[in-house]
Design a binder for this molecule. Sequence first.
Ligand code: GLY
Ligand code: MN
Ligand code: MN
Length: 438
Amino acid sequence: MAHDLYAQHIEHLDAGYQRALEATGFDAVVVHAGVPLPKSPFDDQFWPFEPVPAFAHWAPVAWPGSAVLVRRGQAPVLFAHREDSFWEAPVALDLPLLQAGLTVEVVTDDAPLRRAVQSAGKVAFIGHEQATAAALGVAPEAFVPAALLAQLHELRVTKTPYEVECMAAASRVAARGHSAVAEAFSAGVRSELDLHMVYLMATEQDDHQAPYKNIVALGAHASTLHHVDYGEAPEAGSLLLDAGARHAGYCADITRTVAAQGGGDAARRFRALLAGMEALQAEVVAKVQVGLQYEALHDASHDLMGRLLVDTGLSRISAEAAVETGLTRVLFPHGLGHSLGIQVHDVGCRLTEPRPENKFLRNTRTIAPGQVFTIEPGLYFIDALLAEARAGAHADSLDWALVDALRPFGGIRVEDNVVVLPEGSAENVRNLTREAFE
Ligand code: GLY
Ligand code: MN
Ligand code: MN
């Protein structure tokens, strides 16, 4: 990654932190990476180390116990804590990159940070462990102060060019995995575990390095939105793969659905539905606009879904009625998407609640340049929701014979990651996913 982009990122972040410290009355803040968390209090095993997201915002450093100290009016300092142990070797650090943006001190204990904290005035702590904060001399009331945390989350709502390039790099890795899995599915692989392994090999990731557990769903399994209990489905005519990658701590979150060739009438109807969903998803991406509420985009996706249900013969009522009666929500029950960054479901974009009928929507922000979010409409044949619809007042709205014919295909989701571009740009968004597949 270009060092100048990282340096600009740090400059931007430091300016935001300086404002946040001033607004909340602190002289400094320790942003602590944390330590590996135990899997169970009854065992001596630990989860793979995941740095605290606020720390990852500063530095791609997976060294437990590291911290960034930000003081008002001073350059931020990274205390990179190198564990000298014969059990494990520390993971590699990109020191030249880090030094392009930060003052870096490689330390082997907390003493240098503690000394710096003790002369820094009123110091806040962002991190996991209250005991670590106390050992550094941080007052109990300065442990993760809510007002400061809210300001730091706000700094993560729009992304710097460095962060966008990290996500573009993650998208390229993930696209490689999706292409390899689609090829394996076409070649006849019908084991979800095998397809998962194909993905990991093509993306050169271990399972825990992926940003979330791969959802690999053959046929009817796709009707479970987070299907991760892998099995086999020798007859499956479809595959839904929701799988990502990370670069320097930043995520890609991509879903593709593929349909097998051949089969009978139901397979043809499913392929038509898939083509319709792909077109719908592209249409929603084209509607992204600075100043629009993300929730309005979600509403627009339901309007388009109403039309698709009519066009494919699933709905027996009008497109408008399919939205009004809740039929579109039987088939598309989740939110249109979410902010993306260091966390797959990134922070700061659900400060207000969506309307009750959109309760799973994770983004209620006004769309602004620099935001990165997913656009991921889905359409699924979920037994529990269909049973409810069948028992309800609008049971006649669906063509049940067609629903039953399509149930073995489970469902469809198409998910891209987009960056909102400034008004006046040639395009409304930069679609990181589409460009990664090119
Ligand atoms: N992969 C989780 C999601 O799409 O939100
Ligand atoms: Mn997503
Ligand atoms: Mn996803």
